[in-house]
Design a protein around this ligand. Structure first.
Ligand SMILES: *Cc1c(COP(=O)(O)O)cnc(C)c1O
Length: 350
């Protein structure tokens, strides 16, 4: 840190993204990207005219995209907030609603801790239970911002909506942020509850189930009041945060939603097949409702599995730490990618 930087950032440990190596071609099962490309309609949306129009600023409200998402999710455009990737929403929400501090699980999306630190917010870190499930009663009546990834990452495990509702009811004066980055792979979305609870913010992304991590598009759904709060912060930082091409591609993606539903189904089928094969090899496999598996193998650390796989051209993620050190997180790729992964695992075990 230079002597010019504000000292309040001294304790900040920035988020470390999954590696995107360039030394050779790997099978990438490390950042929960989709193995399937966006549908042809997204490609066709990027016309010569769209490129020429790059000379103009984008629509800061991205209204056509907002309206399309509102229609898809059965809400109004005023209930939809759009950002450059959903990590931006997390930051805005922590800035906006974190005054009394923020609570989240010990094993969850690593960005919550970083964003709390960035905004100098006291963090209450709540341990998951021994079996990595989340005990919703730990979150009742906290009276501070609550951030829950549902399904959770890197465990892949969901909590049922009635538990989300109990948390909402018991924290009426603070915002409950439900991060649904993975909900399309078999979870239950809390979007309907936004009509009943003005303190609910549901956060979603085009990065996982919609095959568009490279486009950087995230959105949140909530009451008009809290969405307006987030808009205020967005208009105070970067009003043009979603570029023209992303708006166009995002709209085409929403108009082709059935394509993504199919992709998610394929990924779920591949996930269940991979989970069964790993269990057959003696692995512990947490029950996943996402596009990844969190797995461990007796006698091997996560780092050993990671290294063995990397040597065989396959990237996964491992997490240090007492409770997670024996696990790797494996993104569900295409069937042939998972076959290659399983072959590499067998090779490592021999
Ligand atoms: C991937 C992910 C996000 C953010 O993704 P963006 O690419 O920034 O939209 C948010 N939350 C969780 C739990 C994630 O895994």
């Amino acid at each position: 840190m230079s002597r010019f930087m504000h000292p309040r950032y001294a304790p900040l440990d920035a988020y470390v993204p999954g590696e995107q190596p360039r030394d050779k071609k790997y099978i990438k099962l490390n950042t929960n990207e989709s193995p399937y490309p966006p549908p042809p309609a997204v490609c066709q949306a990027v016309t010569r005219q769209a490129i020429d129009d790059l000379r103009l600023y984008p629509d800061p409200d991205a209204l056509p995209l907002k309206k399309a998402l509102a229609e898809l999710y059965g809400v109004e455009a005023e209930n939809v907030f759009l950002t450059n990737g959903s990590d931006d929403i997390l930051n805005f929400a922590f800035m906006a609603f974190g005054e009394k501090g923020v609570a989240f699980a010990d094993i969850t999306y690593g960005f919550y801790k970083v964003i709390a630190s960035l905004n100098c917010l006291p963090a209450q870190v709540i341990p998951l239970k021994e079996d990595f499930s989340l005990d919703y009663t730990d979150y009742l009546g906290l009276n501070k911002l609550i951030a829950i990834a549902n399904p959770n990452a890197p465990t892949g495990m969901p909590i049922p909506l009635w538990q989300v509702e109990e948390i909402l009811k018991s924290n009426p004066d603070s915002v409950v942020l439900i991060d649904e980055a993975y909900v399309d792979f078999g979870g239950d979305s809390a979007v309907e509850l936004t009509k009943k609870y003005e303190n609910l913010l549901v956060v979603m992304t085009f990065s996982k189930s919609r095959s568009m991590a490279g486009a950087r598009l995230g959105f949140a759904i909530g009451s008009a009041e809290i969405i307006a709060d987030l808009e205020k912060l967005k208009y105070s930082t970067n009003p043009y945060n979603i570029d023209r091409l992303t708006q166009i591609c995002g709209l085409a993606a929403v108009e082709n939603n059935d394509y993504f539903i199919d992709c998610c189904r394929k990924i779920q089928t591949t996930r269940e097949r991979t989970a069964a094969a790993l269990k057959g090899l003696g692995f512990t496999v947490l029950p996943s409702k996402t596009n990844f598996l969190f797995v461990s193998c007796p006698g091997k650390t996560g780092e050993q599995l990671y290294t063995g796989l990397r040597q065989r051209g396959i990237l996964v993620r491992y997490f240090s730490g007492e409770r997670t050190g024996n696990f790797i997180r494996v993104t569900i790729g295409s069937d042939s990618e998972m076959d290659a992964f399983l072959a590499a695992i067998k090779d490592i075990l021999n």
